[in-house]
Design a protein around this ligand. Structure first.
Ligand code: UT7
Length: 335
C-alpha cells in the first residue's frame, strides 16, 4: 500500500479587473438580466481586457504559493484551453515568472474538466515519487473564444485563474487527495467546439465552419453534463468509500446553476453544502473549480477536515471528479 499522498497546502485565485454585469450584455444583445439569472444563475463575470492566461495563472499560482510558504517547487501543471500562444504551452512562462525557471512545466487541455485532470497529474507525480511539490493551476480567458454576437455563450463565460499547491504527505492528513475518476467521449466532439483555427482548418480539411469561435449545442450539453457529473461523482465517492451524505462541501464546475442543482439533487447533497460563485464570475472554464475553492476559503466556508467532492465536464467531451479533505490554511486566496 502506497503511504505517500499528495496534500493540498495552498489555494489562490485571480480575476481580471473588468467587471461585466448582465445589464451591459443586455445593452448590446437580445437578452436580459432576468433571463441570464433565471437560466444560468449568473449576474456578472470578469472579462480580460489587458491580461492574458499567463497573467491570471501567475497571479493565482503566486497567491497559492505564498499561502503554502514554499521556496522550492518541482513542477507546474497548467490546465488551459486558451494558452497565450498557439505554441508553446503557457506553463513554462508561468513557472519562470514565479521565479522557477528550470523546473518541469507543461499544459493540460481538457477544457472545463482541465483542472481535475491537472490535479490528477500532480497527484500521480507526487505519488509516483517524481515530484514533492507541484503547483496545479487552472486559467482561461475563454471570452476570447466567444462570438461577441452570440447571446448564449456571451452570457455564460467569464475569465479567471485558480490554483492549488500540492506537497508530498500522508493519506491521513487533512488536505490529502483521496481518489479520482476521469473519462471522455470523443464521439461528441461537435457538441461544444471551436471548429476554426486548428490544424484541420490550416490543412484545408473539412471543418464545421472556419470561424474561430465557440459553437455549443446547449440542451445536449445540459443533459450530458448532469448525467456524467453525477455518474463520475458516484464512481469517485465509491472509490473513496464515502457515501454522498458524507460530503461536506460539493464544489462542481460552475457550468450553470441549473446543471449544478441538477447534479446535487441526483446525488442527494443538500443545497447548503454546495459551493458556488457562478453568480459573480460566470463559467470560467479550467479556473472554475479552484476559483470556487478560493472564494469559499476566503468566505470561511471551507474548514480543516471537511470532505470535499469536485466534479467537472466540458468540451471533448471530457469529465473528471476528485475527493479530498480540506486542509488548515491561513491567509487570503484572492485580493
Ligand atoms: O460548461 C458548459 C457550458 N454550457 C452550458 O452551461 C449550457 C448548458 N445548457 C443550458 O443551460 C440550456 O440548455 C440553455 C440555457 C442553453 C437553454 O435552456 P432550455 O431550457 O433548454 O431552453 P429555453 O427554451 O429556455 O431557451 C432556449 C431559447 C433559445 O431561443 P429559441 O430558439 O427557443 O427562440 C435561445 O436562442 O433561449 C434563447 N437564448 C437566450 N435568450 C435570452 C439563448 N441565450 C439567451 C440569452 N438571452 N442570453
Amino acid at each position: 500500500m502506497n503511504q505517500r499522498a499528495a496534500v493540498v497546502q495552498g489555494v489562490g485565485g485571480a480575476v481580471p479587473a473588468r467587471h461585466v454585469a448582465n445589464a451591459e450584455l443586455a445593452a448590446r444583445l437580445d437578452t436580459s438580466d432576468e433571463w441570464i439569472r433565471g437560466r444560468l444563475g449568473i449576474g456578472a463575470r470578469h472579462v480580460a481586457a489587458d491580461v492574458s492566461t499567463v497573467d491570471l495563472a501567475t497571479e493565482a499560482g503566486g497567491r497559492a504559493l505564498e499561502m503554502a510558504g514554499f521556496g522550492a517547487l518541482d513542477t507546474v501543471v497548467l490546465a488551459t484551453s486558451t494558452p497565450d500562444r498557439l505554441c508553446p504551452a503557457s506553463a513554462p512562462e508561468v513557472a519562470a515568472r514565479l521565479g522557477h525557471a528550470g523546473i518541469a512545466a507543461f499544459d493540460v487541455n481538457a477544457v472545463c474538466a482541465g483542472f481535475v485532470h491537472a490535479l490528477a497529474t500532480g497527484n500521480a507525480l507526487i505519488r509516483g515519487h517524481m515530484a514533492d511539490r507541484v503547483l496545479v493551476i487552472g486559467a482561461d480567458v475563454f471570452t476570447t473564444l466567444v462570438d461577441p454576437a452570440d447571446r448564449l455563450t456571451a452570457s455564460i463565460f467569464g475569465d479567471g485563474g485558480g490554483a492549488l499547491v500540492l506537497r508530498a504527505g500522508s493519506p491521513d492528513e487533512p488536505g490529502a487527495l483521496r481518489a479520482f475518476d476521469l473519462g471522455s467521449d470523443g464521439t461528441q466532439v461537435g457538441t461544444v467546439e471551436v471548429p476554426g483555427g486548428g490544424a484541420r482548418d490550416r490543412l484545408g480539411l473539412p471543418v464545421a465552419n472556419r470561424r474561430p469561435y465557440l459553437v455549443m449545442d446547449g440542451p445536449a450539453v445540459f443533459q450530458r453534463a448532469v448525467r456524467e457529473m453525477t455518474g463520475s461523482s458516484r464512481r469517485v465517492l465509491a472509490r473513496a468509500g464515502w457515501d454522498p451524505a458524507a460530503v461536506d462541501r460539493f464544489t462542481p464546475h460552475q457550468a450553470n446553476i441549473r446543471i449544478i442543482r441538477g447534479v446535487a439533487e441526483q446525488l442527494g447533497i443538500p443545497a447548503a453544502r454546495v459551493v458556488t460563485n457562478i453568480e459573480h464570475v460566470g463559467n470560467t472554464v479550467a479556473a472554475s473549480i479552484p476559483l470556487a475553492l478560493a472564494d469559499a476559503h476566503d468566505a470561511g466556508r471551507l474548514q480543516a477536515g471537511q470532505r470535499v467532492l469536485v466534479t467537472s465536464i466540458g468540451a471533448g467531451l471530457a469529465w473528471g471528479s476528485a475527493v479530498f479533505t480540506w486542509p488548515a490554511l491561513d491567509g487570503k486566496a484572492r485580493l
